[in-house]
Design a protein around this ligand. Structure first.
Ligand SMILES: Cc1cc2nc3c(=O)[nH]c(=O)nc-3n(C[C@H](O)[C@H](O)[C@H](O)COP(=O)(O)O)c2cc1C
Length: 321
């Protein structure tokens, strides 16, 4: 099993951090279908120290939502340290991850996220300070390059992170300009794995059990992150588990099973989301569309979903599909 610091994660297949997706209802459903370790959504350190309510709501959790880790986005050491000290008592997290992967323009402009790949000294300073000030391990999530640098550059940076006190590296096998498309570079992930002694967890296109195994086989990495592959597909965790165990593939799900799970997901949203009805139903529409994607009449249903304005009507619509 995968160990980060002295913490045994109990699995090598983790639910990735995904902003706007991996909230409490999402994680609970994923856990009910085999996800054994999850991340909160990414949290912006500046907003935490300004006590923005929305940010603090992101660390909402319940007893069955364990074990868990959190990820902070920041561009300076004192801010990330201050934010971590506020979040830690609220979150019961096993480790803290620094986001050095986000490619979004407004984040890069603030010199945070993937920008830290360009500012390795700042990233390593953050790791050093956090690792010596906090009681939990510090990890880094990075991409394989800020532009299209030689692989040796990211190997060097990973080594520097390790020497600064990082306990694991999460690595998305795409460069910043690739965002979320294009080929995942397994060789680069493998090169990073070979350059450090701490665990390396691969990310990128883990969309099926076969692709999960591919990532592990081709990179020798210690674990994998499931990201878009889990949107509307919480079953992916059980499926990966059994495929890695004995090569067995699960039977395709029928509509009634999807409906049952999606209604449960909606019920968790209704129970745990603290926003007003219109925003809640807006998010429910997005979630329902994820689930419906794999069905032949998805396009027609999409039109109906976009018209729903209340929770009860959403459930009626799901029943009628
Ligand atoms: C909607 C969305 C939000 C994401 N948010 C984050 C984030 O907050 N922090 C992070 O480190 N990665 C984030 N990611 C990246 C994923 O964790 C993952 O590394 C990436 O999607 C590649 O995996 P995939 O190809 O299997 O989806 C996000 C990805 C998506 C699609």
């Amino acid at each position: 099993m995968l160990k980060i610091g002295s913490c045994d994660l109990g699995t090598k297949v983790l639910l990735a951090p995904m902003s706007g997706c991996t909230d409490l209802p999402f994680r609970l459903i994923a856990r009910e279908h085999g996800a054994k370790f999850c991340f909160f959504e990414m949290i912006d350190a500046h907003s935490v120290i300004r006590h923005h309510r929305k940010m603090l709501k992101m660390v909402k959790t319940v007893e069955s939502d364990r074990p868990i880790a959190f990820q902070l986005l920041a561009n300076d050491t004192q801010t990330i340290l201050q934010a971590a000290k506020i979040i830690l008592p609220m979150a019961d997290a096993k480790f803290l991850d620094i986001n050095a992967a986000c490619p979004v323009k407004k984040v890069i402009k603030k010199k945070a996220g993937a920008y830290l790949l360009k500012n390795g000294d700042m990233l390593c300073e953050m790791i050093k300070i956090l690792a010596s000030s906090l009681p939990i391990p510090i990890t880094v999530k990075m991409r394989i390059g800020y532009e299209d640098e030689p692989i040796a550059d990211i190997m060097r940076l990973a080594k520097k992170c390790e020497l600064s006190g990082a306990s694991a590296i999460f690595i998305h096998g795409r460069t910043r300009p690739q965002h979320y498309s294009g080929v995942v570079n397994y060789d680069a992930i493998k090169a990073v794995k070979d350059s450090v002694k701490i665990p390396v967890i691969g990310s990128g296109d883990v969309m099926s059990p076969e692709l999960a195994k591919n990532m592990l086989d081709k990179t020798d990495c210690d674990g994998i992150l499931v990201a878009r592959g889990a949107l509307g597909n919480p079953w992916i965790f059980e499926a990966i588990d059994s495929f890695l165990k004995d090569g067995s593939l699960s039977v395709p799900r029928d509509l009634s099973m999807v409906k049952r799970v999606v209604k449960r997901h909606m019920a968790y949203m209704q129970k745990y989301m603290e926003c007003g009805e219109p925003s809640k139903v807006g998010i429910m529409r997005k979630v329902l569309i994820w689930y419906m994607r794999s069905f032949p009449n998805a396009k027609a249903v999409r039109g109906q979903i976009s018209l729903v304005k209340e929770y009860e009507k959403m459930i009626e619509l799901i029943d009628s599909i």
